[in-house]
Design a protein around this ligand. Structure first.
Ligand code: SF4
Length: 341
């Protein structure tokens, strides 16, 4: 029988599992404290468990870790981690320094099936879904590498993959990310970004209390069809209708990411259309100037257009931030992550 990776289980599942193997329920919390709090990599380290118990646990379960294949540091302090998975496949994650804290941008799949035309990850296609443990391990290992791990306060699912296409594992991982006896992040500081999988957005709203970001990138179906194949399945009116019903906290807003691409979606008329499209949603908008990479047919917008686009939205009372991608010199910026080693 295959051994159970204890990092794949949330609190309830761990309790059920320890009962099933004949241990007292409280052992679940004890074991989880070792795994997530002390980041124990083996049962040998769990010194408040008897030798027999450690031996027994070791025979039926394990505590996985990812292998760091490579790290690169950008001139702006952004750090990219290339991880090697158990089956030799690779993923990448990014640690981004902000003014007072750090954000970890993590992956949910090896590759991605969504095929967004501006995205390097999408061009490689989907290899496989990540397990919950592989999602959690990215954060644990990034945290372990930091001098001040407490300053890692924000998690964004904006790395490789469409997180809602791997719903079950992402949900399980998020439960541990926000669980007080595991990674203990505030749920208000965990954000999931989607290209617009409508049924799963509805499910997310019902099942997971975290922030939602939508990678929009166009305010009309013709342009969005060109950039994002998912729009043919869930066109803008369906997507917007669903987002209008998405449950938000009192001061919560949905973040819309809009990659500005020269002569494709960066005109003033596009900004006006965007303002009209989002008028019934509590929204904030992140404008991201396109990062040019080898082989892309798209170009970066010019500075004047970026500012004019922002002004037009601000005039319509939106909160708009221009997010210059960090880590471009080490290919760690938005849409530049690949399948690593
Ligand atoms: Fe996938 Fe996101 Fe890239 Fe689209 S932008 S292909 S959803 S990783």
């Amino acid at each position: 029988m295959a051994k159970v990776d204890l990092k794949d289980l949330d609190l309830e599942e761990t309790r059920t599992w320890v009962e099933k193997i004949g241990l007292e329920t409280y052992r679940a919390e004890q074991i989880r404290r070792w795994i997530f709090g002390h980041q124990a990599g083996s049962f040998e380290e769990m010194t408040n468990l008897s030798k027999e118990m450690r031996h027994y646990l070791n025979s039926i379960s394990y505590v996985s870790q990812l292998k760091i294949a490579k790290t690169e540091i950008s001139l702006d302090g952004t750090k990219k981690f290339s991880f090697e998975l158990e089956d030799g496949k690779g993923i990448e994650s990014v640690l981004i320094p902000e003014r007072a804290h750090y954000t970890a941008c993590i992956s949910s799949q090896v590759g991605c099936a969504m095929g967004c035309k501006f995205c390097l990850t999408g061009r490689r296609g989907l290899n496989r879904n990540l397990k919950a443990s592989e999602i959690i391990n990215q954060i644990l290992q990034i945290r372990q590498s930091m001098d001040q791990p407490d300053r890692l306060t924000n998690i964004v699912f904006m790395g490789m993959g469409e997180p809602l296409a791997n719903f079950w594992a992402v949900k399980s991982a998020v439960k541990n990310i926000i669980c007080a006896d595991a990674l203990n992040f505030s749920r208000r500081r965990v954000t999931l970004s989607t290209c617009g999988l409508v049924p799963e957005i509805e499910r997310l709203g019902k099942e997971l209390p975290i922030n939602l970001a939508v990678s929009l990138n166009a305010a009309d179906d013709k342009t969005r069809n060109l950039l994002m194949p998912i729009n043919r399945r869930y066109p803008l009116n369906t997507l917007i209708d669903t987002l209008m019903r998405f449950p938000l906290t009192k001061r919560g807003r949905i973040t819309f990411e809009y990659i500005l691409i020269r002569d494709i979606n960066d005109r003033l008329t596009d900004a006006t259309k965007l303002a009209r499209l989002l008028k019934d949603i509590r929204a904030k908008i992140n404008l991201i100037p396109f990062n040019v990479y080898n082989g892309t047919p798209f170009q970066a917008p010019d500075e004047g257009r970026i500012l004019a686009f922002q002004d037009e939205l601000i005039r319509k009372n939106y909160t708009v931030i221009i997010r210059k991608s960090k880590g471009t010199d080490i290919s760690a910026a938005c849409g530049q992550l690949t399948t690593g080693p």
